[in-house]
Design a protein around this ligand. Sequence first.
Ligand code: DC
Length: 225
Amino acid sequence: MKRFAIAVDGPAGSGKSTVAKMVARKLGIIYVDTGAMYRTVALHCTQEGISLEDEAAVVASLDGLNMRIQPDTEGQRIFLNEEDVTAKIRTAEIGKGASVVAAYQKVRERMVELQQEMAREQSVIMDGRDIGTVVLPHAEVKIYLDADAEERAHRRVGELEAKGETADFEEIKKMIIQRDYNDMHREHSPLKKAEDAVSLDSTGMSIEEVLQAILDITAERVREK
Ligand code: DC
């Protein structure tokens, strides 16, 4: 089959990464989690004592940052200057920081370049906020995955608790709503549905149902070509 790309965008906790991983496994293609890249920038700055609000310093820090992404059957592993930070970037605090650094155009340019490079040679399913609009505007399949904030907060609490972290539901819900607001209202590449994306609202849907819906859309679009 010809090389193809699936772009999945949507707000935090809509189920993008869980389902994208399943699609990748099912279709034997590479899964790229672009949020992990912005999280890694935030982690790097935090570790270096750089204020995330200081745009110039955050941008300058990119020069000392070597990011390597390694696809894996269990999802993707991400390395920061050769340290595996896959687990370290999964905190609510780093998620919030990622949303701050993701607003800077120079940071985005660097990440988008890396993302486009990964999709050049191989079929991918990539999730994020600007994949269908900016990173892969010619993707064969574009999905905009949403769910109501209450349900998304429940899922995030579940994920954090599964990792042994304590999580306060109201706190997490507030953070999610704030983060979505930032991501949708920033100047550069805000989160929005691409005109040609298919909207899926996963509220009340099981993950298997979301998976099947994406597989059906993909079969249709990729066969059409
Ligand atoms: O999907 P996530 O929670 O890991 O993403 C973390 C933050 O990174 C998110 O709040 C916004 C930003 N992000 C982005 O701006 N563009 C992307 N393609 C992916 C993530």
